[in-house]
Design a protein around this ligand. Structure first.
Ligand code: SF4
Length: 348
């Protein structure tokens, strides 16, 4: 196998089989990284990483029961709840993120699904953040067609909605919405013409076969998500998954590498869990094809590496922040030099 093999470089494959994905996971580590890095180089500048900032615009009191999430109302995690923030506050945070070099601003709200009144406020946030010249992303729970249309009309570029894990393991993690509910929301986002940010979480006690199942589900979507966050579980005391077996960092890197091969043109994001990863693990993950991070010391509710540390790591690795996507407005952004970084929360 090599990166010139159409199976491993074509953007358009959506018919991966379980055996093929399993075979990638089973490759010797060096062979897998070689393949993944070859695919990565073919589609992306190898020393650039896209930088986003995540802002929790409404925190906690979520009725869903996602077993990893400190924002669920069902678990006592000591999380401080916060109502929907005012538009001005969110715009001020976006402006500060832009000054620090972020090109995309992601707004996360702990809802099962947004209500119309809430959506109107969020659409106003989207319009104002967009007017700053940033790309916009939101994660607000399940959407129907009308929600998706309103967000698109407000100028939302990306919608995040994760599959979380394999269809087979899903019932162990969430019971209050189905896998199909998630696929339906992704379909609404696509139908409205927005870009999709969709990935999952590993280290939740799943079997290796469930990592295969997750990536198979993502890679066989009718259009690959433009952004694929691969989260490592952040174990929060009080959540059911606290105390899960710790993930082997090499298994994390393997998952990144297979993601890169399966979805060659997607940005693969190192998301939640980065503050618990060594520099060496992150460097290997970048080599394996990760090319997006969140920067900022806080994700939605969990810690992220501090800016200085991220700047230092980028400088050591010779990595620069990817310029914002083709928008004249964005060309006015400060050059986000080899200094910006972050990680992300698990949200869905
Ligand atoms: S992951 Fe999202 S939907 Fe699930 S409990 Fe947390 S905030 Fe609610």
């Amino acid at each position: 196998m090599n990166a010139d093999n159409p199976n491993f470089s074509a953007a358009g494959r959506h018919d991966w089989t379980r055996d093929e994905v399993q075979a990638l996971f089973d490759l010797p580590f060096n062979d897998l990284l070689f393949e993944a890095h070859g695919v990565h180089r073919k589609h992306f500048a190898p020393n650039q990483v896209q930088v986003s900032t995540l802002c929790s615009i409404k925190t906690g009191a979520c009725p869903e029961d996602c077993a990893y999430c400190p924002q669920s109302v069902r678990y006592d995690t000591g999380l401080e709840k916060e109502d929907l923030l005012a538009v001005e506050e969110v715009v001020a945070q976006a402006r500060a993120a832009k000054e620090r070099g972020a090109t995309r601003f992601c707004m996360g709200a702990a809802y099962r699904s947004p209500k119309q009144k809430q959506l109107q406020v969020i659409c106003e946030m989207v319009r104002e953040v967009k007017a700053l010249g940033m790309e916009t992303c939101a994660t607000l729970g399940m959407l129907n067609a009308d929600h998706a249309t309103q967000l698109r009309d407000a100028g939302l570029d990306y919608y995040n909605h994760n599959l979380d894990t394999s269809p087979e393991y899903y019932g162990e993690i969430i019971t209050t919405r189905t896998y199909q509910d998630r696929l339906d929301t992704l379909e609404q986002v696509r139908n409205a013409g927005m870009k999709v940010c969709c990935g999952g979480i590993i280290g939740m006690g799943e079997a290796a076969a469930d990592r295969v199942g997750l990536l198979l589900a993502l890679a066989n979507l009718r259009v690959h998500p433009e952004s694929v966050p691969i989260n490592q579980l952040v174990q929060v005391p009080g959540t059911p998954l606290f105390g899960s077996e710790t993930l082997d960092p090499l298994d994390f890197v393997r998952t990144i590498a297979v993601t890169r091969i399966l979805m060659p043109q997607s940005h693969v994001r190192l998301s939640a869990g980065r503050s618990e990863m060594s520099d060496e693990t992150q460097a290997l993950a970048f080599f394996a094809g990760a090319n997006s991070i969140f920067y900022g010391e806080r994700l939605l509710t969990t810690d992220n590496p501090d800016l200085d540390h991220d700047q230092h790591l980028f400088a050591k690795l010779g990595i620069d922040a990817e310029p914002a996507a083709d928008s004249e407005d964005l060309a006015d952004s400060p050059t986000p030099g080899a200094t910006d970084r972050a990680g992300a929360d698990v949200r869905s």
